[in-house]
Write a protein that binds this ligand. Structure first.
Ligand SMILES: *Cc1c(COP(=O)(O)O)cnc(C)c1O
Length: 457
């Protein structure tokens, strides 16, 4: 194992020693993953040819509240954690709101997003199991970048299937990954059965996340010494991301402040699940109450317009089935969609919490999202990722509501990353060519009609 390249000296308590598993405090648990071949709940054995053993154990554990963070992972976290909890004084002033706005900033590492929190954990467990390498998919490229960094650190091979349109549009993302040693393949490729099939069925396709997942899983399962890793959606990823919420809560306690509203963008649900975890735990145990708001794009609205049903996680239908709010596994957002958060489904834990009405969801249009990003950048200085800007939009709207109603709320939102590789989308916004798109009810019905017929046991 490598030695620590650089250390910062921090009070131990500010860097949590454990991750927190919110499922342990849920009375009604999220629905289990199902084996697509048998329809029965997945066992550790079903999952062990896809994921590392320790991660399988975390995935299936719904009773253990705290998982000790291994020392090597905490040492890595010290390079960029605790991440800053920032009071947005300038934004408050610009809005003229009586609300107090805080954000937890996860973009202060080279990968530029919160994804590194889980990437390092997953690479560590793969190495500890003696594996040679891991495979994954990446859409916009943040996950692939984070995983490449983590694999370089622990000395693991990293094979990334990158959605073809991103591979072509974001050459710099691709080169960051290659610099950290990853092999990056545009998806769908001709290297896998599923890739060849998709290319034959849809000649010229520019790919999708669901398709890249199928390719990465196929390679992991067929290559000795490899496993597949995923950057969102799964319970294990939410567990690792709980570091965000635990640090935020520790900082708030130090300040003697309690947030009233907690807001996060939601793609597959990992940053939001992590940010809210300890606060949701207090809510579930009846110790405190918080309003929790998920923000999603109007062009990919899984919570606000999706169905709560078992669905496939990937296009090739080789992954376990998950019960989640979903738009259907074949749903692909309109090509005009520029803001990320484009997965068709949502974490099964967040889906269950939403179904139990323990959290809310709103959808926002992308032109409004980029307007919020611009306003935030001009006063707070940070150039936000488009994904994060969904949360900024909702936080600004909440602060303006406080202004209209004369309410002094404390708002916390997750600023998940920076947007330096998203300048094409910013360019479209600045040129006035960015457009809004919402799927029609007919579009969604067509997609829902293809949901698998599964009766939960
Ligand atoms: C991946 C990503 C997201 C969305 O993923 P979640 O799993 O929903 O958190 C949000 N923001 C940034 C910067 C990302 O890279």
């Amino acid at each position: 194992m490598n030695t620590i390249p650089y250390k910062t000296y921090l009070e131990e308590s500010e860097l949590p020693e454990c991750w927190y598993n919110v499922r342990a405090d849920m009375k009604k648990k999220p629905a289990p993953l199902l084996n697509p071949a048998t329809g029965a709940p997945c066992t550790a054995e079903d999952l062990s040819h896809v994921f590392c053993d320790e991660l399988v154990a975390q995935e299936l554990d719904e009773t253990t509240p705290l998982f000790k963070i291994p020392k090597s992972i905490r040492d890595f976290y010290r390079m960029f954690r605790p991440s800053p909890l920032v009071r947005a004084y300038f934004l408050e002033e610009a809005l003229g709101t009586p609300a107090k706005i805080y954000y937890k900033f996860e973009g202060n590492n080279t990968s530029g997003s919160h994804k590194l929190n889980s990437a390092v954990a997953q690479a560590y467990y793969a190495k500890a199991q003696g594996l040679k390498g891991v495979t994954t998919e990446t859409g916009a490229g943040q996950w692939g970048t984070a995983l490449s960094m983590a694999c370089a650190f622990f000395g693991l091979d990293c094979r990334v299937f990158m959605v073809k349109c991103s591979y072509e549009q974001k050459p710099f993302r691709r080169e960051v990954m290659r610099t950290y040693g990853a092999a990056v393949t545009p998806s769908p490729s001709m290297e896998t059965d599923v890739g060849r099939l998709i290319n034959a069925e849809h000649p010229g396709t520019t790919g999708s996340l669901g398709c890249a997942i199928s390719e990465a899983v196929e390679v992991a399962v067929k290559t000795p010494g490899y496993r597949y890793v995923l950057g969102s959606v799964l319970n294990q990823v939410l567990l690792h991301q709980s570091i965000i919420g635990l640090e935020a809560r520790a900082a708030f306690r130090k300040l003697g402040v309690k947030p009233d509203v907690i807001i996060g963008c939601a793609g597959g649900g990992s940053n939001l699940g992590g940010l809210i975890a300890p606060f949701m735990g207090e809510k579930l145990r009846g110790e405190a109450d918080y309003r929790i708001v998920a923000v999603e794009p109007a062009s990919c609205p899984s919570f606000t317009r999706g169905k709560y049903a078992y669905d496939y996680c990937d296009t090739g239908r080789i992954c376990p089935l998950a019960k989640m709010y979903t738009l259907g596994a074949d749903f692909i957002p309109s090509p005009s969609h520029a803001g990320g958060l484009r997965f068709h489904g949502m974490s099964s834990t967040l889906s269950e919490l939403y179904d139990q009405k323990l959290m809310e969801a709103v959808s926002v249009k992308q032109t409004d999202v980029f307007a919020a990003a611009q306003q935030f950048a001009r006063v707070e200085g940070i150039l936000p990722a488009p994904e994060s800007s969904h949360a900024i939009r909702a936080a600004i709207d909440e602060a303006l509501k406080c202004k209209a109603e004369g309410k002094e709320e404390t708002i916390l939102f997750g600023l998940t990353g920076t947007g330096y590789f998203d300048m094409k989308a910013y360019e479209a916004f600045n040129d006035g060519t960015l457009s809004d798109y919402e799927p029609t009810d007919e579009d969604l019905e067509r997609s829902f009609a293809k949901l698998p017929k599964v009766v939960a046991r």
